[in-house]
Design a protein around this ligand. Structure first.
Ligand code: NAD
Ligand code: UFG
Length: 340
């Protein structure tokens, strides 16, 4: 079976490519390299080569934009695609408030073009990268899939709008099988240290920021707020190892093969950790190099957010396996190995 990964050279896409290839699937990637590097292709191949011999027919990368219909036509004509996982998108919450047109254009148009070409080529299995951000500040924890949704920024709204588009599409044509995966906070890296999260510029997210402080690339972490309604006053999130998250996509693809219709799944661990928990766990791994100071709250942040992963466990047979120590170890290993 051949799976198309849009954005397959990015953080979550690259780890998913490794898991799919290792499980015997063929993988086709379309990525415009707006937030990734072509060298990731060779690193994915290098990781997989220890368990499977792969050639050009098993793993192809097209450098180009998902909004480019001609490119999509070429990809679908040249490959017999069985399912699509749509990772490609812009994802920085803060940037989306400054550049809403770019976010709506990139995230919505890419999805519409992709679905149109899929329909034309009669490819009806679709996995979408959604986000816990669609829940906003939920009224209680853990968060279940049927909780009310509502976004507070353009990035989140692109995710919500796409979810609605997918529901409309399914209502019009129930031969589609669609898995909407709402990711919580992916962190960590592949055990090899060859792939991981490597944002351009100063990281917006907590974990890559900590990694750069631990390796001396940045001076000091600012912890945004210590007066939240949480046990230690700092924000609580559901951090999930990116390899566990990647494995969730394999389970979702297997579910699509059973003609599941449209399904929504939280992919999280069900545990909440505070910013201080993360700093302390990372410091155990790196020998106490993460210095921090408290700073004012970041606008738009919520107190607490963690998943109920019960539905994914029950219906996909998936649950996260790796603990916080492993997330920190693999993340630190990647950051230390990075050539930058
Ligand atoms: P990423 O930026 O590392 O990967 C996205 C990839 O898509 C990049 O390689 C980028 O070059 C590519 N891309 C972007 N727009 C494109 C386009 N129009 N055409 C072709 N390629 C394009 O991000 P990630 O962390 O791997 O996230 C993957 C998906 O998961 C995104 O849709 C994101 O919104 C979603 N998500 C991520 C998180 C997170 O914390 N990382 C949380 C929830 C949801
Ligand atoms: N934080 C700091 N200092 C930093 C960065 C973050 O204290 O330098 C804190 C935040 O205030 C928050 C926690 O660390 O309490 C996590 O922040 P992140 O920016 O790492 O993650 P968010 O939960 O804000 O958002 C992320 C992605 C979203 C996605 C969401 C899903 O950025 O795109 O997870 O839960 F939707």
């Amino acid at each position: 079976m051949s799976i198309l990964l849009t954005g397959g050279l990015g953080y979550i896409g690259s780890h998913t490519a490794v898991e799919l290839l290792s499980a015997g699937y063929d993988v086709v990637v379309v990525d415009n390299l707006s937030n990734s590097d072509l060298s990731v292709k060779d690193r994915i191949a290098q990781i997989v080569s220890s368990t499977r011999k792969i050639g050009e027919d098993n793993f192809k990368v097209y450098v180009g934009d998902v909004r480019d219909e001609n490119l999509l036509n070429k990809v679908f004509s040249q490959n017999k695609i069985d399912a699509v996982v749509h990772f490609a998108g812009l994802k920085a919450v803060g940037e989306s408030t400054k550049k809403p047109i770019e976010y709506y254009d990139n995230n919505l148009i890419s999805t519409l073009k992709l679905l149109e070409v899929m329909r034309k080529f009669n490819v009806k299995n679709f996995v979408f990268s959604s986000s816990a951000t669609v829940y906003g500040q939920a009224k209680s924890m853990p968060i279940y899939e049927d909780f009310p949704v509502g976004a507070t920024n353009p990035y989140g709204r692109t995710k919500l709008f796409i979810e609605e588009i997918l529901k409309d599409l399914y209502a019009a044509d129930n031969s589609f099988n669609i898995a909407i995966l709402r990711y919580f906070n992916p962190i960590g890296a592949h055990d090899s240290g060859l792939i991981g999260e490597d944002p351009n510029g100063i990281p917006n997210n907590l974990f890559p920021y900590i990694s750069r402080v631990a390796t001396g690339k940045l001076d000091c972490l600012s912890i945004f707020g210590n007066d939240y309604n949480t046990p230690d006053g700092t924000g609580v999130r559901d951090y999930i190892h990116v390899v566990d998250l990647a494995k969730g996509h394999l389970c979702a693809i297997k579910k699509l093969e059973q003609n599941c219709g449209l399904q929504i799944y939280n992919l999280g661990t069900g545990k909440g950790y505070s910013v201080l928990d993360i700093v302390n766990a990372y410091n155990k791994v790196c020998g106490g190099k993460v210095k921090y100071k408290f700073a004012p709250r970041r606008p738009g942040d919520i107190d607490i957010c963690y998943a109920s992963p019960e539905k994914a466990e029950k219906e996909l047979g998936w649950h996260a396996e790796r603990d916080l120590e492993n997330m920190c170890k693999t993340g630190y290993n990647f950051e230390c190995k990075k050539q930058k």
